[in-house]
Design a protein around this ligand. Structure first.
Ligand SMILES: C[S@@+](CC[C@H](N)C(=O)[O-])C[C@H]1O[C@@H](n2cnc3c(N)ncnc32)[C@H](O)[C@@H]1O
Length: 272
């Protein structure tokens, strides 16, 4: 019933009400989610607010606990964390090394490292280093501080940033913000650091959340909606194949696991 009400009443209303009204209400209500998106649309801070699910302000409680995208984000975190933990446990070597691109403070990575039985460590790359203080504190709290290394950098320079064999690459929460050409370029760069058989974990986003106009006009968030197949087609020329697709319960996000095929060249360190 609540799902139906959201689909036929609340989401269309959220989309149709003038953006200026929303901005005024959210601004007057000191919404942290709105402020986070206005200062950095789709940045790590809005992600953390959605993950934590216990905001103080009334508008945030409504948006974070009732909004389809925040709910789907929490589902995606759980799904991706679990999948990455199983990939770590399936590896035939130890420690398993993860490369996390557009990692923000690394909450999904921390979940996976904590959940896995096999020992793993991670290099986390993000263009904005302001996520790292939060990420380091979170890693400390989870007893993972010595296993998570944060590096400021552009995911498009990935080959220059890596100096060890990578077993799993995680690009959750980034492809929906970048162009086809950028995704293809990252895939080509990854070919040079990923050995055959190593895994990439990424996500697609569909329009099933029903609030695209609201997110564009009110939060300034311009997400690129692609199907898992469209993303696979962008990654395949670099040698990725054997894709497995996992939907989160709301069907907004699909988490996809792909494998580097025989084109992978990442058996030795890249840095001098
Ligand atoms: C939506 S957040 C996702 C954070 C995290 N991966 C998650 O799913 O919880 C996207 C992150 O990608 C980062 N980012 C965007 N463009 C980037 C680029 N070209 N290189 C590195 N990081 C980038 C942003 O700074 C932000 O922290």
């Amino acid at each position: 019933m609540a799902k139906l009400a959201k689909k036929v009443v609340l989401n269309p209303l959220a989309n149709r009400l003038p953006a200026s009204w929303w901005k005024k209400w959210l601004g007057n209500g000191n919404s942290e989610l709105a402020q986070a998106n206005w200062s950095n649309p789709g940045g790590w801070r809005s992600m953390v607010i959605s993950y934590q699910g216990k905001p103080e302000k009334l508008w945030d409680r409504l948006l974070v606990n009732g909004g389809t995208i925040p709910m789907a984000l929490r589902n995606r975190r759980k799904l991706a964390g679990g999948l990455i933990a199983s990939l770590i446990d399936q590896a035939d070597h130890e420690p398993v090394h993860l490369l996390c691109l557009g990692a923000g403070p690394g909450m999904i990575t921390a979940d996976a490292l904590a959940m896995a039985k096999r020992r793993a460590d991670a290099t986390l790359v993000d263009i904005s280093s302001d996520a790292f203080d939060f990420g380091r504190r979170h890693a400390d709290e989870m007893g993972l501080r010595d296993r998570m290394t944060f590096i400021q950098g552009d995911v498009r320079d990935v080959a220059l940033l890596i100096d060890q064999r990578v077993s799993i690459v995680k690009t959750i929460g980034i492809f929906e913000y970048i162009t086809d050409e950028e995704i293809g370029g990252i895939a080509q760069a990854l070919r040079r650091v990923m050995p055959a058989g190593s895994a990439i974990v990424f996500n697609s986003i569909s329009l099933r959340h029903g609030t695209d106009r609201f997110f564009r006009q009110v939060f300034g968030l311009h997400m690129i909606h692609r199907s898992p197949r469209q993303l696979q087609e962008l990654l395949a020329p670099a040698g990725f194949d054997k894709f497995d697709i996992f939907p989160e319960p709301l069907g907004v996000y699909h988490v996809v696991v792909g494998r580097m095929g025989s084109k992978g060249q990442g058996d030795c360190p890249r840095k001098p």
